[in-house]
Design a protein around this ligand. Structure first.
Ligand SMILES: *Cc1c(COP(=O)(O)O)cnc(C)c1O
Length: 383
């Protein structure tokens, strides 16, 4: 295997960032096509930036975040965190004891790694159930985490959502919804209610996913629970700092679901034009994706590469050969390695469907030509 550990993933990410820096310095930002759906943004005005230097600024931005954040997520109180992963850790530190259990209910495995890793850190046991399995809560269950939309944008149905919340509440177990992308995908694309309106006690979203905000975690929920989590977050430095809070507030104020709605219709067209040349290409709510298993079917040759290695290599080749950015190139350790092209990304508007198809085919061609030379593969990942 070429990518064996979190350390390998950090190294791969450094390679990708190094290439990105070089590309943008040399050819400008327009040369890059970021299709991650995570493009983010930091929409501060000059006045905002001036205020960051004073004490008044952070107080003001906090109030603005409260206003726009509650509109977006509902809930009684908000908490801004450095990342969604930080918020999940803070919640588990605050609400779960060593020896207790966290149950995770999700549309499809695998889980985002932040949930099992946080449990492992405090010595809590961790159980996960996909919708195909029977959710089981026990006497030791201290928290139910529900993922509204997975890393690959598989979305939980409203019925499954409501049933899981009811099961937890019957046992007086609090419910945290990991709605990293779901806070927008579930509501805008599927017309589902916000997690808090479905009865959740807590919800967290990533302010860079499918909206033009900075990477950060925004949590909303019941005041008593948020207070406990906020205390832990401050103890361990997991909370968002004022510049992040300012950009989160402005990004939420600007949030417009129109881009998502456009992407929903365009993805059908893109899928239609690519499906004949790519075996197993699937639709996501706002784009298309090729799972590692489907990618192997398109290799058309025998290879010693694992599906995961092949997917990461393809993402790195899409970046280095075609200047198209996808998550497996820059993702954090443990992030999904599915090649997902998100048409809600602003850069997607500068690429035709045909151009996307050509780039995929070109990168795939280079992957086939490189696959049997492990040294060359290593150079793609780590140089
Ligand atoms: C992205 C994501 C996270 C983590 O977000 P970070 O910003 O990387 O901390 C957690 N859960 C799900 C389902 C996600 O998609």
């Amino acid at each position: 295997m070429l990518v064996n550990s979190s350390l390998d993933e950090v190294k791969r990410r450094e390679t990708a960032l190094h290439y990105l820096a070089h590309l943008v310095k040399q050819d400008g930002r327009e040369a890059l096509f970021d299709l991650t759906g995570l493009a983010g943004g930091f929409p501060l005005s000059q006045d905002d930036i001036a205020l960051l230097e004073t004490y008044a600024g952070p107080a003001l931005f906090g109030e603005d975040l409260d206003r726009w954040g509650k509109k977006h997520l509902g809930g009684e109180k908000l908490l801004a965190l450095n990342r969604t992963s930080s918020g999940i850790l803070a919640a588990i530190l605050a609400l779960v004891q060593h020896g207790q259990e966290v149950v995770h209910y999700l549309p499809e495995k695998p889980s985002h790694p932040s949930i099992p890793r946080s449990c492992q850190l405090i010595g809590a046991s961790y159980q996960e159930y996909s919708v195909d399995e029977d959710l089981e809560l026990g006497d030791a269950t201290a928290l139910l985490v529900i993922t509204g939309s997975t890393m690959d944008h598989q979305v939980l149905s409203q019925e499954d959502f409501e049933r899981a919340i009811q099961a937890a509440h019957q046992r007086k177990v609090p419910v945290l919804v990991d709605d990293a992308s779901g806070a927008r995908l579930r509501t805008v694309i599927y017309g589902q209610p916000r997690a808090m309106d479905l009865g959740a006690d807590l919800v967290i979203t990533s302010t860079d996913k499918l909206m033009e905000g900075p990477r950060g975690g925004l949590m909303a929920g019941k005041t008593n629970l948020i207070d406990l989590i906020k205390t832990k977050a401050h103890q361990f430095g997991l909370e968002a700092q004022p510049p992040l809070i300012a950009a989160m507030a402005r990004a939420l104020e600007k949030f417009n679901p129109h881009n998502l709605e456009l992407a929903r219709t365009r993805k059908d067209q893109l899928h239609l034009s690519l499906a004949s040349s790519l075996v197993g290409l699937e639709k996501t709510p706002t784009g298309v994706m090729l799972t590692p298993t489907s990618l192997m079917k398109n290799m058309g040759m025998k290879t010693t590469l694992t599906p995961k290695d092949a997917a990461i290599l393809l993402a790195m080749l899409l970046l280095k050969e075609e200047n198209i950015l996808t998550i497996p190139a820059v993702g954090m350790p443990g992030a999904s390695v599915t090649i997902r092209l998100d048409l809600a990304s602003p850069d997607a508007q500068r690429l035709s469907d045909a151009a996307i198809g050509n780039s995929l085919q070109n990168a795939l061609e280079v992957l086939r030509a490189t696959a049997s030379d492990l040294e060359a593969c290593r150079r793609v990942l780590y140089q």
